[in-house]
Design a protein around this ligand. Structure first.
Ligand code: NAP
Length: 246
């Protein structure tokens, strides 16, 4: 088991990529903090992990709310004495073309996808610095690399987390803390529920593998990056998209 005994936090772990990541980490032996805003989904993920003898603790955490993050970090450190990995995964979309985008749509996405990553990382790094080790993983997107029609706000947030990741890789490397970003392509999760069928079909056509990705395929990448097998990977931005940008 690649993450045996490691203490890991996954945000947005109630559904989609975050849920698959929490489950994968637990299968690899990690003790996982399952964080999300919706209590039923937190419970679902925790139950699924425990059903297969995995170790998980649920927390209602809104990544916009520093107090809820700090409470969760404090409780994890009190329970396990350390934090080995944070997966910044919580994210939303509020799509509109620039000419129609409202300030509210722009701010909502920045507040969760960008400021939320800053909030969580700041709180977790405080616990990692004294132990001189840790891994910060952040979910960016191919949209952060190449832009996307109707996603000014989302592209801004997903490019920005790449900048933060590279900065943390420089600032924290000598303290034994690695920081990396993963850029998923189009992955079958509830976040795609608002995308029309014909657009999804066109996306599939663009992917050399001829299909959308599965949450488990992103979870597997995170598990590798969180493990000691990735001990020399720092400041990397890894695209997991079936080759869609080729
Ligand atoms: P998802 O199924 O919608 O899951 C996102 C989770 O984050 C949901 O459980 C959501 O809860 C939670 N969340 C939303 N706002 C939150 C907040 N303020 N605090 C804590 N949790 C919050 O989406 P997904 O596809 O798994 O996306 C996960 C990450 O991958 C996101 O960062 C997304 O941008 C990124 N990504 C996804 C794709 C894709 O094609 N699916 C591609 C590239 C990148 P609620 O539903 O209750 O709001």
């Amino acid at each position: 088991m690649r993450l045996a005994g490691k203490v890991c936090i996954v945000t947005g772990a109630g559904r989609g990529i975050g849920k698959a990541t929490a489950i994968k980490f637990a299968q690899e032996g990690a003790r996982v903090a399952v964080c999300d805003v919706t209590p039923e989904w937190v419970d679902d993920t925790v139950r699924e992990i425990r059903q297969t003898d995995g170790e998980a603790v649920g927390f209602i955490v809104d990544v916009r709310n520093r107090a809820s993050i700090e409470r969760m970090v404090k409780e994890m450190v009190a329970m396990y004495g350390r934090i080995d990995c944070l997966v910044n995964n919580a994210g939303i979309v509020r799509d509109a073309q620039l000419k129609n985008m409202t300030d509210e749509q722009f701010d909502q996405v920045i507040e969760i996808n960008l400021k939320g990553v800053y909030n969580c990382t700041k709180a977790v790094v405080e616990a990692m610095l004294p132990q001189q080790s840790g891994v910060i993983l952040t979910t960016s997107s191919v949209v952060g690399l190449y832009g996307n029609f109707g996603q000014t706000n989302y592209a801004a947030s997903k490019s920005a987390v790449i900048g933060m990741t590279k900065t943390w890789a420089r600032e924290l490397g000598r303290s034994g803390i690695r920081a990396n970003a993963v850029c998923p392509g189009f992955i079958q999760t509830p976040i795609l529920s608002t995308v029309p069928e014909r657009v999804l079909a066109a996306m599939e056509q663009k992917v050399p593998l001829g299909r959308l990705g599965k949450p488990e395929e992103i979870a597997a990448t995170f598990a590798f990056l969180a493990s000691d097998e990735a001990s020399y990977i720092n400041g990397a931005v890894i695209e997991v998209s079936g080759g869609m940008s080729l």
